[in-house]
Design a protein around this ligand. Structure first.
Ligand code: PMP
Length: 386
């Protein structure tokens, strides 16, 4: 059974394999004995390798141990967890916050905690898989609206049954396209039709908005959106997920989210690293500025080379190739030229939109970007893509 299944994937050129990086995920990494430029990490601000963040993780491990020993509600809530939740609430400007072992776990348990069988969920077609799984697990009636299409969302809202609790679900920055949800329009429609809104800001947290609070700060709708979710695993440089809101909301989640209750608390190191990263985000705004400079440098370079870029507005810069084989060839050629950025294929992205999802970080230098663009020019010409 396994063999046939894997063979079928292989025949469709959709078989996936793990590759091991033998270094930290900085702007360059060690892969198969070579140093290559990494252009696909979500470590946007470079905080996974920031000395203060690493030191906080090491110190927490010394003081509190390598593991937490139990789930949060039994005896796994340690001082680093409480400190992180206080810091997150302060960062997001909310009364409270709750952390989960992963962003995935936050989504699959918080969405079902907020809406059940009698409810209606309206989700953007390109929402992250963890949100889609959360929507399915809730048992609510689940409809998708065309990507960022507010007319379609309004149509679905007008068709809902009166009195049915309604939840609009969206990413802040879309993970595979890099564009931003029209949060002001979504807030307006939600207010008009009495719906609640749940935003997954995994990719916006730390990088968008004047102080890095994310997509909702960027769109000036923080107080109009009740449910803010994000991850600690991208710009924040650690691992985990969070929800921020009122103290009552957090207490409700503590008492309802199965993926919070029935899993061991995150490691003290992960929690302390995230707290330190939030401090760095506040103290070193120049990292965010540098990230955006680098983003413009790479976007401009890709456009002037003639690559077909998705309509990105963020450090996620997808080059749409279409055919999965062609995307694999581009990734492979780039790797031989010293640039690591794997191809993204269905089912992660819709059919015929296989792509290389380039991402840039604050730690890339101009030389890294110029070198990567030279490799892209060579690979693109060799494969007749530009
Ligand atoms: N939401 C989005 C939009 C994501 O891109 C991801 C990670 N790929 C997640 C949620 C899951 O977060 P985590 O990696 O922390 O589980």
């Amino acid at each position: 059974m396994f063999k046939e299944y894997l063979q079928k994937l292989q025949d469709q050129h959709l078989l996936r394999r793990l590759r091991t990086i033998a270094s930290s995920t900085g702007p360059t990494v060690r892969l198969d004995g070579h140093t290559v430029i990494l252009l696909s990490s979500n470590n946007y601000l470079g905080l996974a390798t920031h000395p203060a963040v690493i030191e906080a993780a090491v110190e927490a491990t010394r003081q509190y141990g390598a593991g937490s020993g139990a789930s949060r509600l039994v005896c796994g809530t340690l001082t680093p967890h409480e400190e992180l939740e206080t810091a997150l609430a302060r960062f997001k400007g909310t009364d409270a916050a709750l952390t989960f072992a992963a962003g995935y776990l936050a989504n699959i348990s918080a969405v079902p905690a907020l809406i059940g069988k009698d409810g209606l969920i309206l989700a953007d077609r390109l929402c992250h898989a963890s949100l889609i799984d959360g929507c399915r697990l809730s048992g609510a009636t689940f409809r998708v609206y065309h990507h960022r299409d507010m007319n379609h969302l309004e149509q679905l809202l007008t068709r809902r049954l009166p009195g049915k609790p309604t939840l609009i679900v969206t990413d802040g920055i879309f993970s595979m396209d890099g564009d931003i949800a029209p949060m002001r329009d979504i807030a307006l429609l939600a207010e008009r039709y009495g719906a609640a809104v749940y935003v997954d800001d995994a990719h916006g947290t730390g990088i968008l908005g004047e102080t890095g609070r994310g997509t909702l700060e960027h769109c000036d709708v923080e107080t109009r959106i009740p449910y803010h979710m994000g991850t600690l695993s991208k710009a924040i440089g650690s691992t985990g997920g969070y929800l921020a809101g009122s103290a009552e909301f957090v207490a409700y989640l503590v008492n309802t989210c199965r993926a919070f209750t029935y899993t061991t608390a995150p490691t003290p190191a992960a929690a302390a690293a995230a707290t330190a990263a939030l401090r760095v985000i506040r103290q070193e705004p120049e990292r965010r500025a540098r990230l955006w400079q680098n983003r413009h440098h790479l976007a401009q370079g890709l456009t002037s080379l003639g690559f077909r870029l998705a309509a990105s507005e963020s450090p996620i810069l997808p080059v749409i190739v279409g055919d999965p084989d062609r995307a694999m060839s581009l990734a492979h050629t780039l790797l031989t030229l010293g640039v690591y950025a794997p191809a993204i294929r269905p089912p992660t992205v819709p059919a015929s939109t296989s792509r290389i999802r380039f991402t840039i970080t604050a730690d890339h230098t101009d030389e890294h970007i110029d070198q990567a663009l030279a490799a892209l020019a060579q690979a693109g010409r060799a494969l007749n893509m530009i």
